[in-house]
Design a protein around this ligand. Structure first.
Ligand code: PGA
Length: 255
């Protein structure tokens, strides 16, 4: 059975003060959830040391929002997966649509990030998802398959034994326009079916999170769907009551 995973993505938000307040609350919520659900926060790199200190000894996992493909060297401004690992991160998000869009990251480049993260002991969280235009044109699965295939080509299907996928329709991110549970489940089940064409056991095991205006109100119906294994949560992970309520939803639906 796949465990539900509730993962926050803070993006470019936070101060030392809010990081402290949020991590203390989410560490307590993660401890309360126990083994019934997993909780993680992906934070801006500059705050990860603070997150490490605050989360110590709790069940709260954490990660980075991105990582570079290099371990070290002359790459000004980047954070290597080895550095991220040294600060106790479990996860590294790769291929978020904001990075694919604003930073022109191709699927091939994202696959290299996925590989670099995994080679350094991190669990990559591969974000995939279509734009509104692609959704309207019925190209959702073409986009998702292309973004998955780049990783399969570089790393092999078995790489997904130790990775997480986040399906995030771009039109739902930060817009308040959550995908309906039917739409989201439809895509999640097709993603799993696509992975199954490569390896059935891997497809069955991999957690596929939903992301895009997932909040305290929309999480319950989304998390009830058979192929939705939790959420990647932006805006709502910056609010203690909202994110805590999503964690409680995951606990109550514990599979
Ligand atoms: P949102 O962001 O929950 O604010 O829509 C989700 C994400 O981009 O990961």
């Amino acid at each position: 059975m796949r465990k539900l995973l509730v993962m926050g993505n803070w993006k470019l938000n936070g101060t030392k003060e809010t990081v402290s307040e949020l991590i203390k609350a989410f560490a307590a919520a993660a401890d309360k959830a126990g083994s019934k659900a997993e909780v993680a926060i992906c934070a801006p790199a500059i705050f990860i040391g603070q997150v490490e200190a605050l989360a110590k000894g709790s069940r709260l996992n954490y990660g980075s929002e991105d990582c570079d493909i290099h371990t070290k060297g002359a790459f000004t401004g980047e954070n290597s997966p080895a550095m991220i690992k040294e600060f106790g991160c479990k996860y590294a998000i790769v291929g978020h649509s904001e990075r694919r869009g604003y930073h022109k990251e191709s699927s091939g480049y994202v696959a290299e990030k996925f590989k670099a993260a995994q080679d350094n002991g991190l669990v990559p969280v591969l974000c995939i998802g279509e734009s509104e235009a692609d959704f309207d044109a019925g190209r959702t699965m073409d986009v998702c398959k292309e973004e998955l295939k780049a990783v399969i080509d570089l790393c092999g299907i078995k790489a997904f034994e130790n990775a997480v996928i986040a399906y995030e329709p771009i039109w739902a991110i930060g817009t308040g326009k959550t995908a309906t549970p039917e739409i989201a489940e439809g895509v999640h089940s097709k993603i799993r079916a696509y992975l199954k064409t490569f390896d059935a056991a891997v497809a069955d095991k991999v957690q596929i999170l939903y992301g895009g205006s997932c909040n305290a109100k929309t999480a319950p119906e989304l998390f009830k769907q058979p192929d939705i294994d939790g959420g990647l949560i932006g805006g709502a992970s910056l609010k203690v009551p909202d994110f805590t309520s999503i964690i409680e939803t995951a606990v109550s639906l514990s599979k």
